[in-house]
Each structure stands twice: as C-alpha cells, then as structure tokens.
Design a protein around this ligand. Structure first.
Ligand SMILES: C[S@@+](CC[C@H](N)C(=O)[O-])C[C@H]1O[C@@H](n2cnc3c(N)ncnc32)[C@H](O)[C@@H]1O
Length: 257
C-alpha cells in the first residue's frame, strides 16, 4: 500500500530521475497478474517474442503505452474502480489484424476506443484514414499520459488528422451519430459490459448509421445476446485460418445481411 498512496513521498519517488526506474520495477513486481503471466510463459519463445514486439512499439516511438498502471493511481473513486480492469495496451499486431478484417472504407467511419488508457489504440487507429479517432478514458492520470503520447507521436506516421483522448465515463459517453467502429479491449467487468451494451443498443434504436463493435478479449460476450440490433460477424469476417485472432477477438455489426 506504501506505493499506492498518493502522498508527496510517492510523488517524489515516481518523478525523481534516479528513483523512477526503481519505482517502475516495484510496480512491475506488484502487478502479479502481468508479472506471473510473464513468468509462466518464460519457456515459450513465441510469448517472449510477442512481449518484445509490444514493448517495441513504445521503444520505437519513445512513448509510454505498454507499462501497466496501478488502478489505485487512476485518480478515480473506489466504487467506479471496483468494476474496472488493470490498464494494459492492446497488441499492435492483433489490432492491425482485426482492422484488416473490417469491410469498411475508413474515410467514412469514426473510430471510438472504449477505455482508451494511455492512447495506444488511438495511435494505431490513427494510422488508418478514419474521419476521426476518439478515445474515452475515465482516469485523469491515464488521459494525461495519452495526451502526451499523442503530442510525441510523429504526425507523418498518421493518416487521421483528428485524434482525441476524451476524459469521461464510457458508460454515459454520447456515441457519435456517424458510421462508427467501437473498439473495446477488456476495460471492465460483466456489469459494466452489460451497461455499455445497453447504451449502444439504445443508441442504435435512434441512429440510422452502421455500427461495428470489435470486442478484444471478449470475456463477457454473452451479454451481446441482449442486443438484437447487433449480429455477430466473427466467423464471416475473420478468416478461419487466423485462429489466434478468432481466439482473442469477436466482432458484431448493426447492418443487414
Ligand atoms: C485494458 S485497458 C485498454 C487500453 C486501450 N484501449 C488499449 O487497448 O490499448 C482498459 C482501459 O479502460 C479504462 N476504463 C475502464 N472503465 C472505464 C469506463 N467506465 N470509462 C472509461 N474508461 C474506462 C481503464 O481505465 C483502462 O485504461
């Protein structure tokens, strides 16, 4: 708990040039799920390669989108925190493979990342010529990191000129009335997924625009059965040969067959 407190002591350790690496190491060790996952998979060269590639994205651009953040440092209330998962960035490789499956002309679509964290997906989506790329994130701490990453990222690598991280709660965020790709990488537990799906469903009753819902690590996909306006397209759009993507990603669409 010493490291989760928001006191001046923690702030000093976190920001001091010499103690910051130690602080990050302690954080890393505290993240048992992240750390244990690495330990459990150390014998699997493919996992190590994947981890190296995930970090490579940050190293390449000098940004910070991979390293987990203690949810106690999200600067949000405990009640909200209860149903929220730990921050972790999407795999750039899986993200790009998922985008390649979507039968959309990006120029005509808006992209929304639900729980955009440090902005990794905003940057990855920004490499496509979407009309706009939006991310909604309720942690001020993560939102600040995202804004910094957006400033650092080289503009010439982006094909979308309008990329925003927005501070807010995804469960009440007004969805843009445009053709919309909604991307969600496991941001919260079942109750919040249910609430968000209801939010999308209510929106679809009044919107005449198509919506595609990309759910990465779909732990609570059964909730989508409550939204008849969305039809699952995973088996249609993701090639049967891409077993990894099928394992981690499910896709729904509001259009007609
Ligand atoms: C697993 S991270 C995914 C980050 C990013 N979308 C990506 O794929 O790289 C989930 C994020 O969702 C955020 N989150 C959880 N509940 C939220 C809510 N109700 N509203 C907005 N953001 C939320 C968390 O703070 C965290 O940053």
């Amino acid at each position: 708990m010493f490291f989760s407190s928001q006191g001046p002591f923690q702030s000093f350790f976190k920001n001091n040039r010499w103690s910051a690496p130690l602080y990050r190491l302690v954080y890393f060790l505290r993240y048992s799920s992240y750390f244990n996952r690495i330990i459990r998979n150390l014998h699997r060269p493919t996992f190590l390669l994947r981890l190296w590639r995930w970090h490579a994205f940050d190293r390449h651009y000098g940004i910070d989108t991979q390293f987990p953040l203690d949810p106690h440092d999200y600067d949000i209330s405990k009640e909200v925190l209860a149903d929220c998962t730990m921050y972790g960035g999407s795999s750039p490789d899986l993200f790009q493979r998922a985008m390649a499956c979507l039968p959309v002309d990006a120029h005509q679509w808006v992209f929304l990342d639900v729980g955009s964290g440090k902005g990794r997906v905003l940057l990855l989506a920004g490499k496509h010529p979407f009309k706009r790329v939006l991310g909604v994130e309720f942690s001020p701490a993560l939102h600040e990191v995202a804004k910094k990453n957006l400033q650092i990222f080289p503009a010439h690598e982006l094909k979308c000129a309008d990329i925003q991280s927005i501070l807010g709660n995804a469960l009440s965020f007004p969805l843009p009335t445009e053709r919309l790709v909604v991307y969600m990488f496991n941001p919260f537990g079942q109750e919040s997924v249910r609430a968000f799906v209801e939010h999308m469903c209510t929106f679809l009753k009044t919107s005449s625009h198509e919506l595609i819902f990309v759910y990465m690590v779909p732990n609570h996909a059964q909730v989508l059965a409550n939204c008849p306006a969305l039809r699952e397209m995973t088996n249609v759009w993701i090639s049967p040969g891409d077993t990894t993507l099928r394992q981690y990603c499910r896709i729904w669409w509001s259009g007609e067959s």
